[in-house]
Design a protein around this ligand. Structure first.
Ligand code: PGA
Length: 254
Protein backbone atom coordinates (compact mmCIF):
# COMPACT_ATOMS: atom_id res chain seq x y z
CA UNK A 1 0.00 0.00 0.00
CA UNK A 2 1.32 3.38 -0.98
CA UNK A 3 0.22 6.44 0.97
CA UNK A 4 -0.26 8.58 -2.13
CA UNK A 5 -3.29 6.50 -2.90
CA UNK A 6 -6.38 5.88 -0.84
CA UNK A 7 -6.55 2.74 1.25
CA UNK A 8 -9.99 1.32 0.49
CA UNK A 9 -11.80 -1.68 1.94
CA UNK A 10 -15.15 -2.64 0.43
CA UNK A 11 -17.47 -5.37 1.64
CA UNK A 12 -19.46 -7.22 -0.98
CA UNK A 13 -22.31 -8.82 0.93
CA UNK A 14 -23.65 -10.57 -2.19
CA UNK A 15 -27.19 -12.00 -1.83
CA UNK A 16 -27.11 -12.35 1.93
CA UNK A 17 -28.96 -10.93 4.89
CA UNK A 18 -32.39 -9.88 6.07
CA UNK A 19 -33.71 -6.67 7.62
CA UNK A 20 -32.63 -7.81 11.06
CA UNK A 21 -29.22 -9.16 9.97
CA UNK A 22 -28.50 -6.01 7.97
CA UNK A 23 -29.44 -3.84 10.94
CA UNK A 24 -27.36 -5.93 13.34
CA UNK A 25 -24.26 -6.04 11.13
CA UNK A 26 -24.34 -2.32 10.35
CA UNK A 27 -24.82 -1.40 13.99
CA UNK A 28 -21.91 -3.64 14.99
CA UNK A 29 -19.73 -2.00 12.33
CA UNK A 30 -20.68 1.51 13.45
CA UNK A 31 -19.85 0.75 17.08
CA UNK A 32 -16.65 -1.11 16.10
CA UNK A 33 -15.33 1.71 13.90
CA UNK A 34 -15.95 4.24 16.67
CA UNK A 35 -14.00 2.06 19.10
CA UNK A 36 -11.04 1.63 16.75
CA UNK A 37 -10.76 5.39 16.29
CA UNK A 38 -8.50 6.80 13.57
CA UNK A 39 -6.47 3.87 12.28
CA UNK A 40 -8.77 2.57 9.57
CA UNK A 41 -8.98 2.57 5.78
CA UNK A 42 -9.47 5.97 4.12
CA UNK A 43 -12.67 4.61 2.63
CA UNK A 44 -14.76 1.85 4.16
CA UNK A 45 -17.55 0.79 1.85
CA UNK A 46 -20.31 -1.77 2.29
CA UNK A 47 -22.36 -3.13 -0.59
CA UNK A 48 -25.51 -4.74 0.80
CA UNK A 49 -28.19 -6.09 -1.54
CA UNK A 50 -29.75 -3.08 -3.28
CA UNK A 51 -33.06 -3.61 -1.50
CA UNK A 52 -31.36 -2.79 1.82
CA UNK A 53 -29.71 0.44 0.63
CA UNK A 54 -32.45 2.66 2.16
CA UNK A 55 -32.16 0.86 5.49
CA UNK A 56 -28.36 1.07 5.37
CA UNK A 57 -28.51 4.76 4.49
CA UNK A 58 -30.65 5.55 7.51
CA UNK A 59 -28.52 3.48 9.89
CA UNK A 60 -25.26 4.96 8.57
CA UNK A 61 -26.38 8.59 8.81
CA UNK A 62 -23.51 9.73 11.08
CA UNK A 63 -20.98 7.05 10.21
CA UNK A 64 -17.90 7.29 7.97
CA UNK A 65 -18.94 4.01 6.31
CA UNK A 66 -19.94 4.60 2.66
CA UNK A 67 -22.48 2.74 0.58
CA UNK A 68 -22.00 0.84 -2.65
CA UNK A 69 -24.44 -1.00 -4.92
CA UNK A 70 -23.60 -4.54 -6.01
CA UNK A 71 -25.04 -3.90 -9.44
CA UNK A 72 -26.66 -1.13 -11.40
CA UNK A 73 -28.40 -1.08 -14.74
CA UNK A 74 -26.78 1.05 -17.42
CA UNK A 75 -30.02 2.45 -18.86
CA UNK A 76 -32.17 5.39 -17.84
CA UNK A 77 -35.77 4.91 -16.82
CA UNK A 78 -38.02 2.65 -18.85
CA UNK A 79 -38.82 -0.87 -19.88
CA UNK A 80 -36.18 -2.83 -17.92
CA UNK A 81 -38.23 -5.11 -15.72
CA UNK A 82 -36.53 -5.98 -12.47
CA UNK A 83 -33.63 -3.56 -12.91
CA UNK A 84 -32.42 -0.59 -10.84
CA UNK A 85 -30.61 2.38 -12.34
CA UNK A 86 -27.91 4.69 -11.04
CA UNK A 87 -30.19 7.57 -10.09
CA UNK A 88 -32.30 5.19 -7.99
CA UNK A 89 -29.37 3.93 -5.93
CA UNK A 90 -27.99 7.48 -5.85
CA UNK A 91 -31.10 8.61 -3.99
CA UNK A 92 -29.87 6.59 -1.02
CA UNK A 93 -26.41 8.18 -0.89
CA UNK A 94 -24.86 5.29 -2.75
CA UNK A 95 -21.43 6.53 -3.83
CA UNK A 96 -19.95 3.36 -5.36
CA UNK A 97 -21.09 0.48 -7.55
CA UNK A 98 -19.46 -2.85 -8.33
CA UNK A 99 -19.14 -3.36 -12.07
CA UNK A 100 -17.85 -6.44 -13.85
CA UNK A 101 -17.86 -8.79 -10.88
CA UNK A 102 -17.06 -12.28 -12.16
CA UNK A 103 -20.34 -13.69 -10.81
CA UNK A 104 -22.24 -11.18 -12.91
CA UNK A 105 -20.00 -11.75 -15.94
CA UNK A 106 -20.50 -15.51 -15.70
CA UNK A 107 -24.13 -15.81 -14.60
CA UNK A 108 -26.02 -12.61 -15.40
CA UNK A 109 -24.91 -11.66 -18.87
CA UNK A 110 -22.64 -8.74 -17.99
CA UNK A 111 -20.48 -8.78 -21.11
CA UNK A 112 -17.85 -6.23 -22.08
CA UNK A 113 -20.37 -3.94 -23.75
CA UNK A 114 -22.63 -3.93 -20.69
CA UNK A 115 -19.66 -3.40 -18.38
CA UNK A 116 -18.45 -0.38 -20.33
CA UNK A 117 -21.99 1.05 -20.36
CA UNK A 118 -22.35 0.48 -16.61
CA UNK A 119 -19.05 2.23 -15.88
CA UNK A 120 -20.17 5.16 -17.98
CA UNK A 121 -23.67 5.28 -16.44
CA UNK A 122 -22.24 5.17 -12.91
CA UNK A 123 -19.77 7.97 -13.60
CA UNK A 124 -22.43 10.10 -15.27
CA UNK A 125 -24.45 9.80 -12.06
CA UNK A 126 -21.46 10.68 -9.89
CA UNK A 127 -21.08 7.11 -8.66
CA UNK A 128 -17.57 5.64 -8.55
CA UNK A 129 -17.40 2.24 -10.25
CA UNK A 130 -15.42 -0.49 -8.53
CA UNK A 131 -14.36 -2.21 -11.73
CA UNK A 132 -13.58 -5.91 -11.21
CA UNK A 133 -11.15 -7.84 -13.38
CA UNK A 134 -9.63 -11.28 -13.01
CA UNK A 135 -8.64 -14.52 -14.67
CA UNK A 136 -10.00 -18.04 -14.25
CA UNK A 137 -7.89 -20.94 -12.99
CA UNK A 138 -7.59 -22.33 -16.53
CA UNK A 139 -6.39 -19.02 -17.84
CA UNK A 140 -3.81 -18.73 -15.06
CA UNK A 141 -2.56 -22.26 -15.65
CA UNK A 142 -2.21 -21.57 -19.34
CA UNK A 143 -0.13 -18.47 -18.64
CA UNK A 144 -2.84 -16.12 -19.88
CA UNK A 145 -3.32 -14.02 -16.76
CA UNK A 146 -1.72 -10.87 -18.12
CA UNK A 147 -3.41 -11.20 -21.50
CA UNK A 148 -6.84 -11.56 -19.88
CA UNK A 149 -6.40 -8.65 -17.48
CA UNK A 150 -4.91 -6.48 -20.16
CA UNK A 151 -7.86 -7.14 -22.47
CA UNK A 152 -10.41 -6.40 -19.75
CA UNK A 153 -8.78 -3.08 -18.95
CA UNK A 154 -7.82 -2.05 -22.47
CA UNK A 155 -11.44 -2.36 -23.58
CA UNK A 156 -12.43 0.30 -21.08
CA UNK A 157 -9.52 2.55 -22.05
CA UNK A 158 -10.45 2.20 -25.73
CA UNK A 159 -14.14 2.89 -25.11
CA UNK A 160 -14.03 5.59 -22.45
CA UNK A 161 -10.46 6.88 -22.46
CA UNK A 162 -7.86 6.75 -19.71
CA UNK A 163 -9.66 9.67 -18.02
CA UNK A 164 -12.36 7.23 -16.94
CA UNK A 165 -9.88 5.81 -14.43
CA UNK A 166 -9.70 9.09 -12.49
CA UNK A 167 -13.03 8.36 -10.76
CA UNK A 168 -12.68 4.63 -10.56
CA UNK A 169 -11.45 1.93 -8.23
CA UNK A 170 -10.10 -1.27 -9.75
CA UNK A 171 -10.50 -4.62 -8.03
CA UNK A 172 -8.27 -7.48 -9.10
CA UNK A 173 -10.20 -10.63 -8.25
CA UNK A 174 -8.77 -13.90 -9.55
CA UNK A 175 -11.87 -16.04 -10.12
CA UNK A 176 -10.17 -19.08 -8.61
CA UNK A 177 -9.76 -17.20 -5.33
CA UNK A 178 -13.35 -15.97 -4.95
CA UNK A 179 -15.26 -17.81 -2.25
CA UNK A 180 -12.83 -20.73 -2.40
CA UNK A 181 -10.55 -19.99 0.56
CA UNK A 182 -7.62 -20.10 -1.92
CA UNK A 183 -6.27 -16.59 -1.56
CA UNK A 184 -3.65 -15.40 -4.03
CA UNK A 185 -0.30 -15.05 -2.30
CA UNK A 186 0.83 -11.46 -1.75
CA UNK A 187 3.45 -12.02 -4.49
CA UNK A 188 0.92 -13.35 -7.00
CA UNK A 189 -1.44 -10.46 -6.31
CA UNK A 190 1.29 -7.80 -6.27
CA UNK A 191 2.54 -8.99 -9.68
CA UNK A 192 -0.86 -8.49 -11.26
CA UNK A 193 -1.47 -5.19 -9.48
CA UNK A 194 1.85 -3.86 -10.77
CA UNK A 195 0.99 -5.14 -14.25
CA UNK A 196 -2.31 -3.22 -14.13
CA UNK A 197 -0.61 -0.06 -12.93
CA UNK A 198 2.01 -0.29 -15.66
CA UNK A 199 -0.68 -0.79 -18.27
CA UNK A 200 -2.43 2.38 -17.12
CA UNK A 201 0.91 4.20 -16.96
CA UNK A 202 1.39 3.60 -20.69
CA UNK A 203 -1.50 6.04 -21.07
CA UNK A 204 -1.10 8.35 -18.09
CA UNK A 205 1.47 8.18 -15.30
CA UNK A 206 -0.46 10.27 -12.81
CA UNK A 207 -3.69 8.35 -13.18
CA UNK A 208 -1.79 5.08 -12.87
CA UNK A 209 -0.07 6.25 -9.70
CA UNK A 210 -3.25 7.50 -8.07
CA UNK A 211 -5.84 4.85 -8.85
CA UNK A 212 -6.60 2.49 -5.96
CA UNK A 213 -6.28 -1.16 -6.95
CA UNK A 214 -7.95 -3.53 -4.48
CA UNK A 215 -7.33 -7.24 -4.18
CA UNK A 216 -10.36 -9.54 -3.85
CA UNK A 217 -10.68 -13.28 -3.41
CA UNK A 218 -10.84 -14.94 0.02
CA UNK A 219 -9.47 -11.93 1.89
CA UNK A 220 -9.85 -12.55 5.61
CA UNK A 221 -8.70 -11.12 8.92
CA UNK A 222 -5.56 -13.28 8.84
CA UNK A 223 -4.25 -12.63 5.33
CA UNK A 224 -5.31 -8.99 4.84
CA UNK A 225 -2.26 -7.42 6.48
CA UNK A 226 0.29 -9.20 4.31
CA UNK A 227 -1.68 -8.51 1.15
CA UNK A 228 -2.19 -4.83 1.95
CA UNK A 229 1.51 -4.46 2.79
CA UNK A 230 2.36 -4.88 -0.91
CA UNK A 231 3.32 -1.69 -2.72
CA UNK A 232 0.56 -1.84 -5.32
CA UNK A 233 -2.27 -3.35 -3.26
CA UNK A 234 -4.37 -0.49 -1.95
CA UNK A 235 -6.97 -2.43 0.00
CA UNK A 236 -9.47 -5.18 -0.56
CA UNK A 237 -12.84 -6.19 -1.92
CA UNK A 238 -14.10 -8.63 0.67
CA UNK A 239 -16.94 -11.11 0.27
CA UNK A 240 -17.48 -13.76 2.94
CA UNK A 241 -15.43 -12.06 5.65
CA UNK A 242 -17.40 -8.82 5.26
CA UNK A 243 -20.46 -10.56 6.71
CA UNK A 244 -18.76 -10.94 10.09
CA UNK A 245 -18.34 -7.64 11.89
CA UNK A 246 -15.26 -8.70 13.86
CA UNK A 247 -13.44 -9.94 10.78
CA UNK A 248 -14.34 -6.92 8.66
CA UNK A 249 -13.29 -4.57 11.46
CA UNK A 250 -9.87 -6.23 11.56
CA UNK A 251 -9.51 -6.02 7.78
CA UNK A 252 -10.30 -2.29 7.65
CA UNK A 253 -7.37 -1.68 9.97
CA UNK A 254 -4.99 -2.97 7.30
P1 PGA B 1 -14.74 -13.68 -1.17
O1 PGA B 1 -15.50 -12.82 -2.30
O2 PGA B 1 -14.02 -12.70 -0.28
O3 PGA B 1 -15.85 -14.39 -0.45
O4 PGA B 1 -13.81 -14.59 -1.86
C1 PGA B 1 -14.87 -11.70 -2.89
C2 PGA B 1 -15.76 -11.12 -3.96
O5 PGA B 1 -16.46 -11.87 -4.65
O6 PGA B 1 -15.79 -9.90 -4.15
Amino acid sequence: MNFMRQFVVAGNWKMNGSISQTTGLINDLIVGIKKIGGKVADKIIICPPNIYLPLAQSLLADSPIRLGAQNINQHDFGAHTGEINTSMVGEFDTEYALVGHSERRANYGDDDIAIIAKIEAAQNAGIVPIFCVGESLDQREQGQTQAVISQQIQLVIDALGIGAFVSMIIAYEPIWAIGTGKTATPDQAQQVHLFIRNLLAQNDNTIAAEVSILYGGSVNSKNATSLFACEDIDGGLVGGASLKADDFLKIVQG
